[in-house]
Write a protein that binds this ligand. Structure first.
Ligand code: PEP
Ligand code: MN
Length: 299
């Protein structure tokens, strides 16, 4: 089965012109290091919620790389509800992420919370993450619109799909066309999960926009044992990838341990996803796959 564009796009031009499928009927695809997002590759970003220490970051990075992740995640600037909670290691954490990239050869995605930190974060990161709480921080969106690196834009806790696409428009309007959207659950009256994963939003986004969209089942559910089934559902519904929290010892994680997979759980999930991906017109390549070795030899 092929991944295909949805049959019909809306007719009336929305205010988010550049993000709209009307101005760009084909899916946008762009490279994230040796991998391309928005095409057949199902992109997996994985790693701890927060960068905590060298052994934790390097160990987890290596584990997720071995299991087939494409991008390493880890927060060095953490948006915490309480000012007394762990706030992240800032530049020290960025340096640990850079070491993880050196060790694994994989790119890194990390959050930038403040316009004043964009230069610093961009000097280390391969993808800049805008978190759910900053999804409508328009000055930050304008600032990352001037960046050369791809931006992962998370859906705000209370934002509609149209609002998410309008936020993406700020980045596109600034000249940065490499925007990846992320559905990470929204606030509803339901309290049994941390947020409510709106999987239909993937369909709505694909209908209205050409931008790639990934799903974050970790923050959406808040429960590690929900992550695997929701990941498979995201693949089935047509998402372009996943962002998954993995920690080498979730019980002592400084942030979001309850929703983090162990490396062994992540490995099993990756095996399952790689098996079912072809049924949905997707594949999960690894850096060591023959294809990439050949590409490297030719380049
Ligand atoms: C995160 O990915 O580390 C994070 C804080 O997620 P969100 O912004 O979706 O809450
Ligand atoms: Mn987290």
């Amino acid at each position: 089965m092929e991944t295909s564009n949805p049959p019909k796009a809306p007719k009336k031009m929305p205010s988010y012109k550049q993000a709209s499928r009307l101005t760009h009927p084909e899916n946008s695809t762009f490279s994230l290091g040796p991998f391309a997002i928005g095409g057949p590759e199902f992109i997996i970003m994985a790693g701890p919620c927060s960068v905590e220490a060298d052994p934790q970051m390097l160990g987890t990075a290596w584990d997720v790389k071995i299991s087939g992740a494409h991008i390493i995640r880890g927060g060095a600037f953490k948006p915490r509800s309480s000012p007394y909670s762990f706030q992240g290691l800032a530049e020290e954490g960025l340096k640990m992420l850079a070491k993880a990239r050196e060790l694994t050869g994989l790119g890194i995605v990390t959050e930038v919370m403040d316009s004043g930190d964009v230069d610093l974060v961009e000097s280390y990161a391969d993808i800049l993450q805008i978190g759910a709480r900053n999804s409508q921080n328009f000055s930050l969106l304008k600032r990352v619109g001037r960046c050369k690196k791809p931006v992962l834009l998370k859906r705000g806790l209370m934002n509609t799909v149209d609002e998410l696409l309008s936020s993406a428009e700020y980045i596109l309007a600034g000249g940065n066309e490499k925007v990846i959207l992320c559905e990470r659950g929204i606030r509803t009256f339901e309290t049994s999960t941390r947020n409510t994963l709106d999987l239909s939003s993937v369909l709505t986004i694909k209908e209205k926009s050409h931008l790639p969209v990934i799903v974050d089942p970790s923050h959406a559910s808040g429960k590690a044992h929900y992550v695997a089934p929701l990941s498979k559902a995201a693949l089935a519904v047509g998402a372009d990838g996943l962002m998954i929290e993995v920690h080498c010892a979730p019980e002592i994680a400084l942030c979001d341990g309850e929703e983090s997979l162990t490396p062994a759980q992540f490995k099993e999930l990756m095996q399952n996803l790689a098996e079912i991906a072809p049924f949905f017109g997707r594949r999960i390549s690894t850096l060591n796959s023959q294809e990439h070795l050949m590409a490297e030899n030719q380049g």
